[in-house]
Design a protein around this ligand. Structure first.
Ligand code: CA
Length: 257
């Protein structure tokens, strides 16, 4: 079983009053999550917080359970049990957002990204919706584990935009998938079946990845030092680049693989 040590830090950045990011770290459940809310007034904060709470509660309620735990969502035989649990948790969060908007008109239009690692039984799984990211650093090399659900990212994959152009594009914040209270969302789920002791995982909102290029993130992650210091260095780098958005970083180091 893979176990991690972890640290997390969130910061409003330099230009926003509030912080619409949320996170959940539950080492006892093997759950590590970052969410980036969107919506007018304080609705974005509600969306990300609610999603984090629903995912946490669902995974707590289904720990040690069997295949029946994905109800009311179908069990996907192509995924592991934990992959199914995490996907169901995301879809349940989406339904709870819909219910909250039904009850409170001021919340209409809210949405959130979510990116999570679940390391409970067997190989860790990752799930994501939206443009929050997971990176893996191994032996100084950084690899982006998740593929953004965003308009600019689709253009990069199609060869129309470069990564650098994408970070500056006026539509860079347009996400093509989110937990927004609509139909059960597509959730990308992947298994991390080759983690090695010493590997570092970074979960982050676009307040980091939108302004700090991957080579700089790799440098910071590769520096010796503890995880809280690395989180602080990442937030500092985003703020040094203008801090235009809320910044959340969760770092995981593989202790046992
Ligand atoms: Ca953001």
């Amino acid at each position: 079983m893979v176990t991690f040590s972890s640290a997390v830090l969130t910061d409003p950045g330099l230009r926003r009053e509030g912080n619409e990011d949320a996170f959940c770290i539950r080492e006892d459940l093997g759950l590590y999550l970052v969410a980036d809310g969107m919506g007018g007034h304080e609705a974005g904060e509600v969306a990300s917080r609610l999603a984090a709470e629903v995912v946490e509660t669902f995974l707590n309620d289904t720990k040690g359970a069997d295949v029946n735990t994905t109800w009311p969502f179908p069990y996907d035989p192509a995924l592991t049990l934990d992959g199914n649990r995490l996907k169901a948790a995301f879809r349940l969060a989406n339904r709870r957002l819909a219910a909250a908007m039904e009850q409170n008109e001021a919340l209409r239009g809210m949405a959130t990204t979510a990116v999570a690692v679940l390391a409970a039984k067997g190989d860790p799984v990752v799930a994501h919706v939206g443009d929050s990211r997971i990176y893996l650093l191994r032996a100084g090399r950084l690899r982006q584990v998740t593929e953004d659900h965003s308009w600019v990212s689709e253009q990069v994959r199609a060869g129309v935009l470069s990564e650098t152009d994408a970070r500056r594009h006026p539509w860079r914040n347009v996400v093509t998938r989110a937990l927004s209270g609509g139909e059960d969302p597509e959730v990308d789920v992947a298994v991390l079946d080759d983690l090695e002791v010493g590997d570092r995982l970074l979960l982050c909102s676009d307040g980091l990845s939108g302004v700090v290029p991957p080579d700089r993130i790799a440098e910071i992650l590769a520096e010796p030092g503890d995880l809280p210091a690395a989180c602080k260095a990442l937030v500092n780098a985003a703020n040094a680049a203008g801090g235009p958005d809320n910044i959340t970083v969760a770092m995981l180091k593989v202790d046992v693989a």
